[in-house]
Design a protein around this ligand. Sequence first.
Ligand code: ADP
Ligand code: MG
Length: 545
Amino acid sequence: MSKGKINVAVENIFPLIKKFLYSDHEVFLRELISNATDATLKLRHLTSIGEAKVEYGSPKIEVKLDKKKKTLSVIDQGIGMTADEVKKYINEVAFSGAEEFLKKYEDATKDTGIIGHFGLGFYSSFMVSKKVEIITKSFRDEPATHWVCDGSPEFELKVGEKADRGTEIVMHIADDSKEFLEEHTIQTLLTKYNRFMPIPIKFGVKKEKVKEGKDNKEIEVDNIINNPDPAWTKQPSELKEEDYKAFYRELYPMQFEEPLFQIHLNVDHPFHLTGVLYFPKITNDINLQKNRIQLYQNQVFVTDNVEGIVPEFLTLLRGVIDSPDIPLNVSRSALQADGNVKKISNYITRKVADKLNSLFKTDRKAFEKKWNDIKIVVEYGMLSDDKFFEKAENFALFPTVGEQFFTLDEFLEKIKNNQVDKDEKTVILYASDKEKQHSFIEDSKEKGYEVLLLDSPIVPHLIQKLETAKEKLSFARVDADDVDNLIKKDKENTSKLSEEESKKLQEILEEYISKERYNIQLEALESSSIPFKITQPEFMRRMKD
Ligand code: ADP
Ligand code: MG
């Protein structure tokens, strides 16, 4: 047996770790299970390249509670550590990692809202323990090692009793952390952080019914808390529509409504990102629907607040994104300035736009049916993201009060000769409430105008945006007086003169009116009996103003 002192650059790191953000104590379990997973995956790698000449088998990670001894253990069948490795990786690497983390963390908390609290690592076990033991046996043929530390920089190292390969971390839970000796607390933590981790995690046993001949028999099986192969880790070609739906139900067990469609994200360059995003039905009450997307890093849950990573308008979607390239121990503002995060955000926006476009192109009727449930996302996106705006112009729909769907271009084409104002702008008439504006809608229809139904809460802003983006376009609500001032350009409808008469009239008018200063149009308001109209060019009008 030997005793030693952990290399102490900062003597008081242990009290620091203990005090470290009370509410976040729970991340210790995630850290230990991540280490157990890493150790198992390392073994898989070493056996696959022939460096470790042992049977990989089908290893799992066990989380074990012993209420009598007041311990919580995490046990893996991974590569294990030799005594030298414990000295190096636990006493030096883990320690300096934790120290570095605490420093960085302190800096970052000066800003607000840190995102991941990742990286405190092995020493996070001291947030909840008065003593921690490591009993480990390397896949290399060496005796097991037993390390004990009671939360001071002193540790004890001796030969261990362990016969099987792997590592067992035993946490003697501190009196002020008793909740971590409760089954349901641990079960909740495991489902929160480890639900989709890649190695099966066992927590106790459960009863399962099996058929034996004619009888039903109950047997005890391992209670495996995770799904090691969630949909987003697979290739899109491996998945059917039903698999995506099943995964949605797994993610949101309390959600009875099916998603409308999904987008599978899968990219390796210039950053790594996988994920599945779902479009749910989105109602007008958008604040209640935000932030359901879960962020993972290598299948470890990080947060369900993806603000700053996914553009605001897409936080209305649901699903999972998983990327090792998102910095976690930084503030939200630092996150938004990060180059990778910007690229990731742009990539997601582009994929969503492309998906919408392809749905529109391949089955327009089906897309029209979904429009009411997705329009808020599209409109919100057009408003806030110029790149998305450009793409959305191809598929954003503008429904009439009669439930016909047009793209903006199609609609403008339809009304361009019939709904123009004195500045030659095409005027789109719209209603925001079919019931309240009923008589105005009818009035406009009688005059031969088309009326759109634009009823989502952000429409006023979108209208402003469209009017700024398009020179010759303006919107007027059906109950505005603009409706009375529209001009029909359609000559066949409006001109009451023959071609001969028109020519004559033009000549006469030009004798009296300076062509430079006024426009003469041989058409007029429908209601007027005068067969021509004189208007002033915009610049002349503005000069006088
Ligand atoms: P990190 O995981 O970021 O390297 P940790 O503090 O969590 O930092 O762990 C430090 C090191 O200790 C690991 O890199 C690994 O070498 C070793 N280690 C920790 N847990 C285990 C384990 N269960 N099995 C084998 N090695 C482990
Ligand atoms: Mg770790």
